[in-house]
Design a protein around this ligand. Structure first.
Ligand code: HSE
Length: 310
């Protein structure tokens, strides 16, 4: 195989209560990347539509960093290089896992072209190095669902232990991306280093509740558990009209709503497409009526994760 085209989905990390440990993949929103073997032994990164402003130097781009980590673990020398051409639908700085998608697509594609020396789950730690380069923290709650699909839990970072969670088929995400950019590195810095034990108790009760609600499924329990007392109270101050958008989603019947990843996108979960569409319209109205451009998306959960298109 000389060339491969892959799709890597957008992701919602944290899922309210699971800061840095929970995430899920979306179905129809994502980036595509064509990875091709080239005769020269180097990584060549070419920016396609939606990649404007992203660095093309492999040392500065998450693609190069993630692939470098994979090649180091591979250990064998190869007499060719790789060319990466990315088309982005996930805006960088949107909170929908844009850097995770690039890193995941790259390591997935390279692994295929090398004859699959690594299992999909093993690719997560390479893609995490891309996240470290992008945000200063090697968090896996975007790259794990991006690669594996579905809902994932990072039970432990050391050692890395990724759990693929059960979830109901009838689950829809409505996401609004107000057109402002928030860098993950910045929105990580503003969080408190310590949290009161009272908040920790609330948070881990909700993580357990969310996982149980998804598995049963118990939609009411999912809704009760979609609460974040750690990151949302601080980060929501960076997102214009966050409270209004969340309230509008709940009024439309959302099970719950919170910040997608590090923001500014906001997600809401619901159990029917009709409700999801109502939420998307309500999200859009909040921003349109306040003169802020916003994109809205509706998606079911993506069970496949990163996959070959051609
Ligand atoms: N867990 C990460 C954070 C996700 O919230 O900073 C970034 O998309």
């Amino acid at each position: 195989m000389e060339e491969i085209k892959v799709f890597a989905p957008a992701t919602v990390a944290n899922v309210a209560c699971g800061y840095d440990v929970m995430g899920f993949a979306m179905k129809d929103i994502g980036d595509t990347m064509t990875i091709r073997k080239i005769a020269t032994k180097k990584w060549v990164i070419e920016n396609g539509r939606g990649c404007e402003g992203l660095p093309v130097s492999p040392k500065e781009n998450v693609i190069g960093v993630a692939v470098e980590a994979l090649m180091k673990a591979y250990g064998k020398s190869i007499d060719f290089g790789f060319h990466f051409y990315t088309t982005k639908n996930i805006k960088p700085g949107s909170g929908m896992g844009s850097s995770a998608s690039s890193a995941s697509a790259a390591v997935f594609g390279v692994n295929q072209l090398l004859g699959k020396p690594f299992k999909k789950k093993e690719l997560v730690k390479f893609a995490m190095e891309g996240e470290r380069a992008a945000s200063g923290a090697a968090h896996a709650d975007n790259v794990a669902p991006c690669l594996l699909g579905g809902f994932t839990l990072i039970r432990s970072y050391e050692p890395l232990d990724i759990i693929e969670l059960q979830y109901p088929d009838m689950l829809y995400a409505s996401v609004v991306h107000p057109q402002i950019e928030i860098k993950t590195s910045d929105s990580k810095k503003i969080l408190k280093k310590d949290i009161p034990i009272k908040d920790a108790i609330t948070q881990w009760g909700n993580v357990g509740g969310l996982i149980s609600g998804l598995a049963k499924p118990d939609y009411d329990l999912i809704g009760r558990s979609l609460q974040d007392v750690v990151a949302e109270p601080i980060r929501s101050k960076l997102i214009p009209y966050f409270k209004d958008a969340k309230k509008a989603a709940l009024n439309e019947g959302a099970l719950g709503a919170s910040i997608s990843g590090s923001g500014p996108s906001i997600f809401a979960l619901s159990f029917s497409r009709k409700i999801a569409e109502g939420i998307a319209i309500a999200f859009n109205n909040v921003y349109a009526s306040n003169g802020i451009m916003a994109n809205v998306y509706i998606s079911q959960v993506n069970a496949q994760g990163t996959q070959i298109i051609s």
